[in-house]
Design a protein around this ligand. Structure first.
Ligand code: NDP
Length: 246
């Protein structure tokens, strides 16, 4: 299936986890993919390698999305290599589990810098540099629909991402660009698994209708649809990808 043939797609945080699966599925659907990462170069190169081995096109670019100058360079490098960017997928993000009372200033700032400023930086760049009729998919989280202790700062950042999504959809619609946010539920990645006991994992799995933790592929397949032209009329939406959890 080549539903994304000819599309150039930038995926932030694609070295591992959901972003890596998204990059692989997009490439399998025919897209040329830019694999952004922050520090784990070997993981990013492995994502590229697996795409290329299957006959796809991809290359890796290091850039910290929280840094405006690095995001500019990321867009420069992507456009220089592939000629344009049609789809931006703002997947890069971090999560620090802490009760609000225990959260340090540094932990608060770090989550906002990467999750909110990082999304803001790429949106601002995309406002003038994403191709006409492009698509943007931001990553929020289904936890914005729940009230889970220790997620306070994280859901505050993702709530901000959802608001940016709604407003930006109206700001860039005149260029034919649609903008949505996806809200994964618990998904089997390092971000989610860190520090959790099997008991906690079972409890979280039981919150959805299928009684299992999501896999990165569950998310990636939906992102492939949203990145394609058939999803163009969906814009300004926050879409739960969580098996009926919330
Ligand atoms: P992982 O921790 O597995 O992967 C995070 C990715 O983001 C890595 O590629 C990492 O790069 C990259 N990254 C981190 N900081 C930066 C930065 N400053 N600049 C550029 N890239 C960065 O996370 P997941 O795959 O689990 O999460 C992906 C997205 O999905 C996040 O936005 C997360 O909030 C969201 N999400 C995840 C859920 C889950 O249960 N897993 C549930 C709901 C939402 P590097 O490898 O170089 O460090």
């Amino acid at each position: 299936m080549n539903s994304l043939a000819q599309k150039v797609i930038l995926v932030t945080g694609a070295s591992r986890g959901i972003g890596a699966a998204v990059a692989q599925h997009l490439a399998a659907a025919g897209a040329k993919v830019i694999v952004n990462y922050a520090g784990r170069r070997a993981d990013a190169e492995a994502t590229v390698q697996s795409i290329v081995e299957k006959g796809g096109e991809a290359f890796a670019v290091r850039a910290d999305v929280s840094k405006p100058d690095e995001v500019k360079v990321l867009f420069d490098a992507s456009i220089e290599r592939f000629g344009r960017i049609d789809v931006l997928i703002n997947n890069a993000g971090i999560l620090i589990y802490k009760l609000i009372r225990d959260t340090t200033d540094e932990e608060f700032t770090r989550q906002f810098e990467i999750n909110v400023r990082g999304t803001f930086n790429t949106l601002r760049e995309a406002a003038t540099r994403l191709a006409d009729n492009g698509t943007i998919i931001n990553f929020s989280s289904s936890t914005t629909r729940m009230m889970l202790p220790t997620y306070g700062t994280y859901v505050a950042t993702k709530g901000a991402v959802e608001q940016l999504t709604r407003v930006f959809a109206k700001e860039v619609g005149a260029r034919g660009i649609n903008v949505n946010a996806v809200l994964p539920g618990p998904t089997n990645t390092e971000l989610f698994l860190v520090g959790k006991t099997q008991e906690t994992l079972d409890r979280l799995a039981a919150l959805n209708a299928f009684n299992r933790i999501g896999e990165p592929e569950d998310i990636a397949r939906i992102v492939v649809f949203l990145a394609g032209d058939d999803a163009k009329w969906i814009s300004g939406q926050t879409i739960g990808l969580n098996g009926a959890m919330a």
